[in-house]
Design a protein around this ligand. Sequence first.
Ligand code: PEP
Length: 252
Amino acid sequence: MRKNIVAGNWKMNTTVPEGVQLAKEVCMAVAQAPGIKCEVIVGVPFTHLTAVNEVIDKNYVGLAAENCADHVKGAYTGEVSAPMVASTGANYVILGHSERRGYYNETIEMLKTKVDLALEAGLKVIFCCGESLDERKAGTHFDVIKNEIVGSLFHLDAEAFGKIVIAYEPIWAIGTGETATADQAQEIHAFIRGLLAEQYGAQIADDTTILYGGSCKPSNAAELFAKPDIDGGLIGGASLKAQDFMGIVTAF
Ligand code: PEP
């Protein structure tokens, strides 16, 4: 049975003390909430990983980096490698977020390398994919998503693929207040699960967690999570306040 996950993506927000406080609040709230039906993860800036790792209890909250380098070590000033991320205690890394693809020119090929290095370092990967508004209007969104998934993930064998969580994030819904309708999201999630079934078989497709991301909030999470192929969310803005984030965590 696949697991439900709600993962926060703090992006470039909070100072270290603010992030530590937020992580403590989330962890305490998860520990005290009865019957949580999902794994909870906080995705935090590199600078916060070690400090946040010290204040969370991994029985309640997992820890993700928001990126890692496409090299293991060496003369890459300013970069942070997957082994470095793993050494902080993080157990996940978010890769392929549309902001990384768009602002930092991360290509499908580069993400393939990052996925491999993350898995080699023992990290699980939350792999983001999704189309722009122009691509959706042009009707190419299925192809865009397929290319991103096939190009960066389908070289993995079945065992390695078991460490991948997919996050469908339509770019037009990220930080815009515009959410894909639950039906629109379900259509893409079912399409993605179909791709996984073709490549890895029905069992692995069925076991893979597929998250929705894009202006997900307490008021719309329950409707999204009620869909059969939506297994939780990757949450940006609403992960920055423990109360809002918990409103989504408890939406199952
Ligand atoms: C994201 O950037 O991963 C995201 C889903 O952002 P938001 O929830 O703010 O739309």
